[in-house]
Design a protein around this ligand. Structure first.
Ligand code: A2R
Length: 317
């Protein structure tokens, strides 16, 4: 089986590639751009096949898919960072929406029908009222960032291309996920990196934080990529599924758990630059639909995930 991962150089893509390689029966293809940083996949580069492709360029996408002829596509490539979507909304919408459109149009015109998993997001739910949690797939979508809007559009395009052209699209809405290789712009990874720096004496013993009261539903990235695979094996084409643990943590808890793994004494200081213009206070998901359909359950405890994340940063700083 030939599997194409867009976004293979990224955080989730690199873990998915590892997962597929362990399965053994899959040829793993990925795309990279001429300036892509490939450090996340350096350890598996001789086991995967990389093609140069920018998803914003329709010619590039068509050429790549025609060359590979994949049986499954995991579409993870995106401008994935919410704060950047305020600074570069146009880039975010173009990459995320037009990029996906280019893939769908290629598949439609070629009249092939690979399974396509699209990485939608809990950020689509955006403004969630307290009586709406845990959030089901049927919740109203009220995105609070250009990123959230781009993911709603990706999600709806997936629905529409399934309805209109019978493309085998599975829409997954992942809630927060983390683990080794998470970019340091994400809060839990940033905390872990700061702790590792303080331990090595590179940073004074002050941790800079944003909103510690926000609550997020975290799943280990290794559980998430297993869920993505299962979504293409067991889910209904056209349908949408939450991928989440069903347990929420305040960002303050995340910081405290990470600090409990370290001997350093730190001062916690708020940094206004780390506050978002409009923040989602609680994102707690309901994974019943996906669990019933696939039998999936998260297996890695959150404390273990954070321990592995801190070890990752200790090795790197
Ligand atoms: O920046 P690159 O060249 O290393 O590749 C990134 C890729 N990407 C693109 N690939 C082709 N053409 C583009 N125009 C383009 N723009 C971005 O997307 C990288 O491989 C990937 C993003 O990786 P991360 O930022 O680490 O995202 P993460 O956390 O792995 O998220 C995966 C998916 C995304 O759709 C998120 O929006 C969703 O899960 O939550």
């Amino acid at each position: 089986m030939k599997v194409l991962i867009t976004g293979i150089t990224g955080f989730v893509g690199s873990h998915l590639a590892e997962f597929l390689l362990k399965m053994g029966s899959v040829e793993v293809y990925g795309i990279e751009r001429w300036r892509s940083k490939t450090e996340n996949i350096e350890h598996i580069k001789d086991k995967i096949i990389l093609e140069e492709c920018d998803i914003r360029d329709a010619t590039s996408v068509t050429r790549t898919i025609k060359k590979i002829m994949p049986d499954k596509i995991f579409h993870l490539a995106a401008q994935s960072f919410v704060p950047t979507s305020w600074h570069a909304p146009q880039e975010t919408l173009t990459t995320n929406i037009i990029g996906e459109l280019n893939i769908f149009e290629t598949i439609r015109e070629m009249q092939i029908n690979p399974w396509i998993q699209i990485a939608c997001s809990s950020e689509e739910y955006g403004m969630v009222y307290p009586d709406e949690t845990p959030i089901k797939e049927t919740n109203t979508l009220r995105p609070l960032s250009p990123y959230g809007v781009s993911k709603v559009a990706q999600d709806m395009l997936g629905y529409q291309y399934n309805q209109s052209y019978k493309l085998n699209v599975v829409r997954t809405r992942a809630f927060n996920h983390t683990g080794p290789r998470r970019g340091d712009v994400f809060v839990e990874s940033n905390f872990a990196q700061q702790i590792a720096k303080i331990e090595k004496g590179i940073q004074p013993p002050v941790i800079y934080v944003g909103n510690l009261e926000a609550r997020r539903d975290y799943t280990d990235v290794r559980d998430v990529v297993r869920a993505y695979w299962l979504s293409t094996e067991k889910c209904q084409a056209g349908d949408v599924y939450n991928i989440c643990s069903g347990k929420d943590w305040a960002i303050r808890d995340v910081l405290e758990i990470l600090l409990s793994f370290s001997k350093v004494k730190v001062k916690v200081q708020q940094d206004p630059a780390r506050m978002r213009p409009s923040d989602v206070m609680v994102l707690l998901g309901d994974n019943t639909k996906f669990s019933k359909q696939t039998g999936w359950k998260p297996e890695i405890p959150f404390e273990q995930t954070l321990k592995d994340l801190l070890s990752y940063w200790r090795e790197r700083v």
